[in-house]
Design a protein around this ligand. Sequence first.
Ligand code: ATP
Ligand code: MG
Length: 399
Amino acid sequence: MANKIQPDRPPYIIIHYAEIGVKGKNRSFFERKLQDNVKRTLRSVGPGLLEQSRRIQSRLLVTLTAAGQERLEEIIVRLQKVFGVAYFAPAWRVEPELKTIEPLVLQLLRQRDFTTFRITTRKSERGFPHSAHLTNELVGATVVEQMQKPVKLKGADVDCRIDLFYQSAFVYCDRYEGPGGLPVGSSGRVTLMLSGGIDSPVAAYYAAKRGVNLVAVHFHSLPYTTETAIEKIRQLIRVLNDYQPRIKLYLVALTPIQQEILVNTDEKLRVVLYRRFMFRITEEIARREGAQAIITGESIGQVASQTIENMAVIDDCIKLPVLRPLIGFDKNEIIDQAVRIESYDISIQPHVDCCTLFVPKHPATRARLEDVLANERRLSVAELVETAVSTAEYEIIDQ
Ligand code: ATP
Ligand code: MG
């Protein structure tokens, strides 16, 4: 603790959890998940950056190595995408005494350009003799006297924080927002139906935000769709890797099934039939992966297949719950979010999706289940599904 302070190299990062604090009995489970994810995030920036991480009094206290301190900027960028993090702050640590806290506060403030300031103390340390309020006043008075800068309680240029816990005083002036949510992996596993479009990556983001671990499934119609379309899927996964560093991607050929549908069934029902197959295959992959639900990028009424009637007919062929995080979003809201998570520019690259191939001009918007079932009787459904699953390929995409 007595190390010389380097004002540009905070050795610690204090991470505050989002909702985990209220999770009762499961709390330590969530905390450990978050801790694992933070460790993995640091490893993905580079080796040997983390000296230690501890869970202390509703915070995660990360100690950086000298190499970690060097790469703070990159670490900050990554931590801003770790679900479960409410906010975090690179910090310095001194003995919890005014005579050590004040020089550090002055040192940190002296290297900044500002007019007004405030001190905000948070006290979770009984041993410290002063209340948080009095600490603010005492340290504030010292800064006023030494630097001739005025205090401003609302909207100050700098808010210098003193966090008293772990028999220490942690001091910092910069705090960064995390994305909130729950740690990835704390809510189980799901299969994500990932197309090259705008919607499904955004749906994936929201699902991951609530703590699920994603296994991606993409359907292609090679040779009618291109290898470029698959490369685009990989790029989208790399965007999602910021939130979940390791994602398994299944690539499934829908072509043989589409060919069967094309020759044997009513044109109007094709889209619904394709989609029922996609759901069955995804469900089978989910079973093999131990995943408990299917995520899609559908919202109500966006395209012909997305009427409530059609969704009901499609869901009818499987048992797993289908979760649709975007159900109530307008297209422009989805686009805004796609821009924010940086999937948008990839999604708008032109590509041919298997679902848009061989699609009739006027697909049924209200397919009736009995018509669909009658059509499927002309196909060897189980066999087609089995072949598609057993010939599916997968790859792991790592950050
Ligand atoms: P998106 O922009 O996500 O492609 P969309 O508005 O184009 O969505 P559809 O093409 O009807 O809508 O697809 C609805 C959902 O079905 C997608 O969000 C995705 O979850 C899934 N889906 C569509 N095509 C594929 C595919 N080729 N592989 C995997 N899932 C797909
Ligand atoms: Mg699409």
